[in-house]
Design a protein around this ligand. Structure first.
Ligand SMILES: [Zn+2]
Length: 269
């Protein structure tokens, strides 16, 4: 599932390929679910508008259009948003497509159709994004703020990290990796963790995400890779039964909040 680093790579790639300034000639919806619960007709208001801005907030891609409208894309589990050189040729997984004035296409591919694209006014979008927590890799993300948020949470720390209303952009993979780097057991109640260890966790979140953004960018620019951060060397996630590279203990997997959690009990307490 794309988390902050993969979404950042998608956005960076779109910027690099020059999506900004392009004008949308037409919008095609190939699967009604991709715009749900908005009526699929609404998205056609993006027609004849110029793409003026492109950004990211948490795991959301936001595209600012001329005339004060915004597109918000959430990639779900299997989504990818990319520019294709000729909008007439598209893969079978393209669920939504914007044909640009120059013939290129901005294509939302999604095999499982769990992603979404919605059209909003500026106020609507701001209202939605205001529900998201602090944004890592920005000045808004301060260690003291992480300590303060954790102090008020009875959640197990892994679920605390994945709660988008507290910290935006972390999912199952990078939450597990950040906890390993910080040496914290994912089951620990967030508010029970000492201040010094929370400061370390805050630092780990930033280093894990920075490393993962770099590897996601490399993956994107390497032909034949799907754009996932497969160049990121995972310390725990997906490594059940394998030895921890730090202490040699076996990596364990268990369920937490309905998802798999990976942990080394040799170095995570
Ligand atoms: Zn270990």
């Amino acid at each position: 599932m794309p988390e902050l680093p993969e979404v950042e790579a998608v956005v960076e790639n779109l910027r690099r390929e020059g999506v900004r300034g392009a004008r949308i000639r037409r919008v095609d919806v190939f699967h009604e679910k991709i715009t749900a619960p908005q009526p699929s007709g609404l998205i056609h208001r993006a027609r004849r508008r110029r793409i003026e801005r492109i950004g990211r907030r948490g795991k959301n891609i936001v595209l600012g259009l001329s005339g004060g409208l915004w597109l918000r894309v959430h990639l779900g589990m299997t989504g990818n948003l990319r520019l294709v050189p000729d909008a007439r040729f598209r893969s079978m997984y393209v669920r939504w497509n914007a044909v640009l004035d120059d013939g290129r296409g901005l294509a939302l591919e999604d095999s499982r159709v769990l992603g979404r694209i919605h059209l909003y006014s500026k106020d609507e979008l701001e209202g939605l994004l205001a529900k998201l927590g602090i944004e890592p890799l920005t000045p808004d993300f301060r260690a003291e703020r992480v300590v303060e948020l954790a102090r008020n949470s009875r959640q197990p720390v892994k679920l605390f990290l994945m709660d988008q209303s507290r910290i935006a952009g972390l999912g199952n993979i990078y939450a597990a990796e950040a906890l390993h780097r910080a040496g914290i057991d994912p089951r620990r109640e967030a508010r029970s963790i000492s201040r010094s260890r929370l400061l370390k966790l805050s630092h780990s979140i930033e280093t894990v995400l920075r490393d993962a953004v770099q590897s996601a960018l490399i993956a994107y620019r390497t032909p034949g890779t799907p754009g996932e951060a497969e160049f990121f060397e995972r310390a725990v996630y997906g490594r059940e039964g394998e030895p921890c590279r730090v202490c040699g203990a076996r990596i364990r997997r268990f369920a937490q909040g309905g998802r798999s959690t990976y942990c080394c009990f040799g170095c995570q307490r």
